[in-house]
Design a protein around this ligand. Structure first.
Ligand code: 5GP
Ligand code: MG
Ligand code: MG
Length: 178
């Protein structure tokens, strides 16, 4: 545990077991088809490192720096922070993010990669928030459904902190008030 954490939502061993399952599904779907994993930084880096080491397939890894959150709420605008995007023309792409919330991030990234000529686009998230979404309903691969509350750990941050916690947890109210 950590002094700022109110409660652990998903323990590390449960996360890793679930990753075995997701990796097996991706492996079955992409066996024999070269795949480019597009990792959305920084939130998805911990999840991706554990997931992709379970995937013995033909795979390249690229990173994309996007941002939409400030503090604990979405700004609604997705910014691409890289000068140059990875070359995805005629490639099968798996976009990997930490969490699906409003869906704006995956929607914007999928649209951009499609404009850049990707031949197939699938999406993968560790967490899916249980909220109504209009355009982007669900990812092709998802680890866990969670309630609509702000979580940190296992890559997810609050103002840059807590990504290094090995579990998914909920912060104490006092952390937001400081
Ligand atoms: P969306 O575009 O789906 O609304 O938001 C996705 C992005 O918002 C995620 O990549 C993540 O960076 C951030 N986000 C959404 N919900 C949470 C949350 O509960 N905790 C943290 N730390 N980030 C979140
Ligand atoms: Mg993010
Ligand atoms: Mg963040």
């Amino acid at each position: 545990m950590h002094k700022d954490i109110d409660r652990v939502l998903i323990d590390e061993d449960i996360i890793l077991k679930r990753l075995d399952h997701i990796a097996e599904k991706i492996r079955a779907d992409f066996e024999g088809k070269p795949l480019v994993a597009i990792v959305l930084l920084k939130g998805a880096m911990v999840f991706t490192a554990d997931l992709l080491r379970r995937l013995p397939i033909h795979l390249e890894i690229e990173c994309l720096n996007v941002a939409s959150y400030k503090g604990t709420s979405s700004t609604g605008i997705v910014s691409f922070l890289d000068k140059k995007l990875p070359d995805v023309a005629n490639k099968n792409v798996l976009i990997i993010d930490d969490i699906l919330d409003t869906g704006r991030t995956l929607e914007a990234v999928a649209e951009k990669l499609s404009d850049n000529g990707a031949s197939m686009i699938k999406t993968c998230v560790l967490l899916t928030k249980d909220i109504p979404r209009e355009d982007f309903k669900e990812a092709n691969y998802s680890g866990f459904d969670i309630a609509n509350e702000f979580v940190v750990g296992y890559g997810l941050d609050y103002n840059g902190r807590y990504r290094n916690l090995p579990f998914i947890g909920v912060l104490k109210q006092s952390v937001y008030q400081d």
